[in-house]
Design a protein around this ligand. Structure first.
Ligand code: GUN
Length: 282
């Protein structure tokens, strides 16, 4: 069975559109998301376009600011500070990765905590790891919604997360732990990856390499979440980290690429933006 992130996000966005309409009625304006895109990396351009489209569906005001990849770190920091000070802006997102001459951490830290709809600010990350109220990063949040959609009872299960990035691997491992799974984080230096992944009732794969997980590495009946977005070197088509067709025959359910985690990331960004707007009204 496939878990459609696309279908789930269509439903969630329809609910959010109603929520936004009510908020607009109550407060006289809609939530406002500012997105900064530096350079013209095709992947980043496509993500940012997706974010603008979703904003339109939900009724969020979207301002996408494009800058050339020659922008200096100082100019980018000044732009972020300008948006911090802009009362009309509720959420700020700087699309990653940034050009190499810019310190990503500096830029993320410059975003005001209240407007950090990506959940990447170090204080948001710290709050997550201390189980305090925080903005949860969009991809991990979307993955938890997909597991719920799959009807997966998490407590007591064995979860294996392959990948240890700040954006996906680490935060999703923490969310699974908070949901009372027994969590293992595997990575590029893990010996005998298959031996580890075969233990997983819930397998989350976020490494960014096609064919990382084959059918023999999956426990029969497992739920598999494929976070990878890659180009298949042979066909040029979009593919995940998991060999979907062969794993589908073993797993209870699996998320497809495209149409799985990707749309959920964008949908959770919409939710984080609406939440940021609402917090500001209190
Ligand atoms: N690049 C890849 N994923 C993300 C994300 O979730 N947020 C931002 N800002 N950049 C990304």
């Amino acid at each position: 069975m496939r878990i459609s992130g696309k279908d789930l996000s269509v439903r969630l966005k329809a609910e959010m559109a109603e929520r936004v309409a009510q908020l607009k009625e109550k407060y006289g304006r809609e939530p406002h998301l500012a997105v900064i895109l530096v350079g013209e990396d095709p992947g980043s351009v496509s993500y940012v376009t997706g974010k603008a489209k979703a904003s339109e569906v939900v009724g969020i005001r979207n301002t996408t600011i494009r800058r050339p990849d020659t922008i200096s770190e100082k100019e980018l920091l000044d732009l972020v500070r300008e948006l911090n000070a802009d009362e009309s802006v509720d959420g700020i997102l700087v699309q990653l990765p940034l050009p190499r001459h810019i310190d990503e951490n500096k830029v993320i830290e410059a975003i005001s905590l209240e407007k950090d709809v990506d959940g990447f600010h170090p204080l948001n990350v710290a709050a997550l790891w201390q189980k305090r109220p925080c903005t949860v990063a969009c991809t991990p949040k979307g993955i938890m919604k997909l597991l719920q959609e799959a009807g997966e009872e998490i407590a007591g299960k064995r979860a294996v997360v392959v990948g240890r990035s700040n954006i996906v691997g680490l935060p999703v491992a923490k969310l699974l732990l908070d949901a009372n799974a027994t969590v293992t984080i595997a990575h590029s230096r893990t010996k005998d990856l298959g031996e580890v992944t075969r233990q997983a009732d819930i397998l989350v794969v976020a490494v960014g390499h096609p064919h990382t997980i084959t059918a023999d590495m999956v426990k029969p009946g497992a739920v598999v979440i494929d976070v990878g977005v890659n180009r298949n070197p042979d066909t040029g088509k979009l593919c995940g980290d998991v060999d979907t067709e062969e794993v589908e025959a073993v797993a209870r359910c699996i998320t497809p690429v495209p149409g799985g985690v990707g749309p959920m990331t964008i949908t959770c960004l919409m939710e984080n933006t609406i939440d940021a707007f609402e917090r500001k009204q209190r």
